[in-house]
Write a protein that binds this ligand. Structure first.
Ligand SMILES: [Zn+2]
Length: 467
């Protein structure tokens, strides 16, 4: 048993049902779980580990609901292309990935996320060349100490069968399903506070067959949830309704709009979340609300690829579950959660409604919304019984000066900054703005060497190592 006390926070934002914001607040943690939250004066006087959060804003750790960590290796390519041409440029480069590339890139992306305030991330890894496995990125997440929802992605519909990806990067469907089963049975921790969970994630309507969608759903749903109400089960994830090109593809190939198509395959429900969903009709939004289907909203990527503006306001009005995703680093090209909350807030306003998404609402998407989309009731808020996942930002700084009459708004409106403190599952992972046990420079150097070699189609120089 060990205890942790955080006290004297200038502002503690709970995201609890009352949305309490506590001045001079703190919290008390036993092992990995929050036991008390309140004014510092009401908390135990001491603990095994005491953190003085004087001058800081403390928030629940943010939750990233969509990413492709391997894409940190291929940033700033196909800079002026839309989704399909962007993908056609990148597939052959991604085909050169190795297990080491998956591990190193995941470590880089997760370090960047953690330093920006994200304590739970999902990742969508959907191509496995040269012996790569989902295990490679799960190992990276365990080293970084972040809570991780690995989604075992897949592509099976190559160019020769009418799909978008080249045949060289697609897998056989029987092998995909067998590896999905292995990944779930090896890594999925469905119990409350589980640090690693696995979801099944065929990549997109234009890269897998309807059969694989159906089989993946049947496999995920064959695992019984260990927690009441379905929490902790094996979830389903894919890309959907991202661009008008995709909509045309679905109408031509399946005779259905993207949402209609996935509905016909059983891909709606409270165990499903879709990335993007930029192009949705009113009845499709109502369907998502009625069925509890979740959405990962990725504003930076939608802007970068000119995909469109997702109907976040309509989703929220209808009661659709919405979280935020930074999306892959080849279409963002960063993994900064606070920056993504800011983008979400700003993008909703450009259609002419300055009140479309407030700073508070953007942070709710980044915390409570993400937790809900990932099917978790143990993260996203600071309250007794929740996992001890929290972050803190120093407020007296150049970026925020002049805005400290409203520290919460400062975080979202002003230039996005990194955290000074991050605690995940009761463990201090970031202190004074640095990950406690990670040397970044050697990791960056190796990542850079792998990236260069992949882009130029050369052999990676030097030795493999545990960077
Ligand atoms: Zn994506």
């Amino acid at each position: 048993m060990s205890t942790l006390l955080l006290k004297n926070a200038k502002l503690l934002v709970t995201m609890d049902p009352q949305r309490r914001q506590i001045e001079n607040g703190g919290l008390f943690v036993r092992d990995s779980v929050i036991e008390q939250v309140g004014p510092s004066a009401d908390l135990p006087a001491t603990a095994d580990h005491v953190i003085d959060a004087h001058g800081m804003a403390v928030l629940p750790g943010m939750v990233n609901t969509h990413h492709h960590l391997y894409q940190t290796l291929t940033r700033c390519l196909a800079q002026d292309d839309g989704l399909f041409n962007w993908l056609r440029t990148l597939y052959p480069i991604w085909a050169r990935m190795t297990p080491e590339a998956v591990y190193v890139s995941a470590k880089v992306g997760l370090a960047e996320l953690l330093l920006s305030g994200c304590t739970t991330s999902s990742d969508h890894l959907y191509l496995y060349p040269n012996g790569s496995r989902i295990d490679d990125e799960i190992r990276a997440a365990q080293k970084i100490g972040i809570r991780f929802h690995a989604t075992r992605g897949s592509m099976s519909l190559g160019e020769s069968k009418g799909g978008l990806p080249p045949d060289s990067v697609v897998e056989d469907e029987a092998a995909i399903l067998k590896d999905c089963q292995r990944a779930v049975e090896t890594f999925h921790q469905g119990h409350r506070y589980g640090m690693v969970r696995v979801a099944l994630a065929p990549c997109s309507p234009f890269s897998v067959t309807p059969d694989l969608m159906r089989e993946s759903a049947a496999l995920a749903r064959s695992y019984k949830s260990p927690e009441p109400g379905g929490a902790g089960g094996v979830r389903l994830h894919t890309h959907l309704a991202e661009t008008l090109d995709e909509e045309r593809f679905c109408l031509e190939t399946f005779g259905k709009r993207p949402v209609e198509y996935v509905e016909s395959l059983g891909w709606t429900g409270d165990d499903v979340w879709h990335a993007h969903c930029v192009h949705m009709a009113a009845d499709e939004i109502a369907l998502f609300a009625r069925t509890g289907t979740g959405v990962a909203h990725c504003p930076s990527s939608n802007m970068r690829l000119a995909s469109g503006i997702a109907p976040v306001k309509a989703w929220r009005r209808a009661g659709v579950r919405v979280g935020l995703g930074v999306d892959g680093s080849a279409s963002n090209d960063s993994s900064h959660m606070l920056a993504e909350a800011r983008q979400a807030m700003l993008l909703q306003r450009v259609t002419g409604d300055p009140g479309a998404l407030s700073a508070q609402a953007a942070l709710e998407l980044a915390t409570l919304g993400g937790a809900s989309v990932l099917g978790r009731d143990d993260i996203g808020a600071l309250a007794p019984g929740m996992a001890a996942d929290f972050i803190a930002y120093r407020l007296e700084r150049l970026e925020f000066t002049g805005a400290l009459h409203d520290p919460l708004a400062a975080l979202v409106f002003c230039t996005p900054v990194g955290v000074d403190l991050a605690v995940v599952n009761g463990q201090v992972r970031v202190q004074d703005g640095h990950i406690v046990d990670l040397e970044l420079q050697p990791l960056i150097a190796r990542h850079s060497a792998i990236s260069r070699a992949m882009i130029r189609d050369e052999k990676v120089p030097g030795q493999r190592g545990d960077w």
